[in-house]
Ligand binder design. Structure first.
Ligand code: NAP
Ligand code: GDD
Length: 352
């Protein structure tokens, strides 16, 4: 039986990865922060599995990382923990650098210590990101594309990328970077744009909200499904040699397209008033009400305009391929949020 330690286990990717590894017969240690409330919605259903255990720790606290590794003695570590919101990283840049950047070298040093103490070999996955490409110097972006991060988040992840690569080259560690493009799901955090849209569209459909306030509608992202991407993480650690890989769908869409598709799936007819920037609104054509308005407080000090990934290397070397593409992703997220809301409003049987 293999053992894995997952940081960021309570997050979107951590919860899917835990389920995936448990289904493969792994023992999984989830690395969690101490919180005032014990509820961790995404992993609460997993506690009945005897192969799933929690260890306390924080990427900003070296001793807790070392203790967690000594307790779990993992064969594989998936470092998914991070302050993962790009806009928020402009508000808490120092903390973001500490957790997302320095936190990774703390983890790598702890791995070196445990390997020295025990002779055990540990494989390490670092959650790198397409935000490294930022103001992209070429389209599509692949493993050889130069980086140009545009936020404290991206810059902290740049340090994490290079320190992971450096420890691989300096100490022969089995350390991989997965350069993952945006991936979403019904478990996506509620303040990322896709989930914000699907929650709000569901509320508008049920008549309990009138309008969504958004920022830049013209940014383009390469959006895939989190379930596909966690399988790619695992595949990277099963290779004979460690390397860095892009995971992406190879297709991109604007926030505007996501929004229009979400309303279409929900059966609400909308049309833009055709104005530019903060004056643009989307109007419900059946009622004449404004259902989308622009709130400039959601604009970022520096934006990443276009991301589009080329996953050819992962396809060729890992046999990895995304299964869920844009339209199915939007539909799954809208259906899930409609169901969740109806359960909240009308009880476990849903809408009467
Ligand atoms: P997420 O839902 O925001 O989850 C982040 C996780 O990190 C949570 O479990 C959080 O714990 C934990 N965490 C934050 N700071 C921590 C700290 N100091 N010590 C320990 N744990 C900490 O993120 P995600 O979407 O699953 O993404 C997973 C990873 O992939 C992140 O590193 C993200 O930057 C990266 N990534 C994501 C995407 C994407 O599109 N989703 C794309 C590329 C890269 P709490 O529950 O306690 O807050
Ligand atoms: N969050 C948010 N909220 N974004 C908005 C909004 C809004 O109201 N309105 C427009 N946007 C635009 C943002 O300006 C950005 O261009 C785009 O929607 C996507 O924003 P997010 O969903 O917050 O994701 P992200 O692309 O910035 O970052 C995510 O993907 C990265 C990989 O490329 C995060 O998951 C990062 O952790 C990840 O590394």
């Amino acid at each position: 039986m293999k053992t894995a330690l997952i940081t960021g286990v309570t997050g979107q990717d951590g919860s899917y990865l835990t389920e995936f590894l448990l289904s493969k017969g792994y023992k999984v240690y989830g690395f969690v922060r101490r919180t005032s409330e014990m509820k961790r919605a995404r992993i609460d259903p997993l506690h009945s599995n005897p192969n799933f255990k929690l260890v306390y720790g924080d990427l900003c606290d070296s001793s807790s990382i070392l203790n967690a590794l000594r307790k779990a003695m993992p064969d594989e570590i998936y470092n998914l923990a991070a302050q993962s919101h790009v806009k928020i990283s402009f508000e808490i840049p120092e903390y973001t650098a500490d957790a997302n950047g320095v936190g990774v070298v703390r983890m790598l040093e702890a791995i070196r210590r445990v390997e020295e103490e025990t002779g055990k070999k540990i494989r390490f996955y670092q959650a790198s990101t397409s935000e490294l490409y930022g103001k992209a110097v070429e389209i599509p972006q692949k493993e050889t594309t130069s980086f140009y991060p545009r936020s404290p988040y991206g810059i902290a992840k740049l340090y994490a990328f290079w320190i992971t690569k450096n420890y691989r080259e300096s100490y022969g560690m089995f350390a991989c970077n997965g350069i993952l493009f945006n991936h979403e799901s019904p478990r996506r955090g509620e303040n990322f744009v896709t989930r914000k849209i699907t929650i709000e569209v569901a509320k508008i459909k049920e008549g309990i909200s009138k309008c969504i306030y958004l920022g830049n509608l013209d940014a383009k992202r390469d959006w895939g499904h989190a379930k596909d991407y966690i399988e790619g993480m695992w595949l990277m650690l099963q290779k004979e040699k460690p390397d860095d890989y892009v995971l992406a769908t190879g297709e991109n869409h604007s926030v505007r397209e996501f929004l229009e598709e979400a309303f279409r799936v929900a059966g609400i007819p909308i049309k833009s008033n055709g104005k530019k920037g903060i004056h643009e609104e989307y109007i419900r054509t059946d009622t004449g009400e404004a259902v989308v308005k622009i709130d400039p407080s959601y604009y970022r000090p520096a934006e990443v305009d276009v991301l589009l990934g080329d996953p050819s290397k992962a396809k060729k070397e890992l046999g990895w391929k995304p299964k869920v593409m844009f339209r199915d992703l939007v539909k799954e997220m809208i259906d899930a949020d409609m169901k969740l809301l109806q359960k909240e409003l009308y009880g476990s049987k849903g809408r009467r």
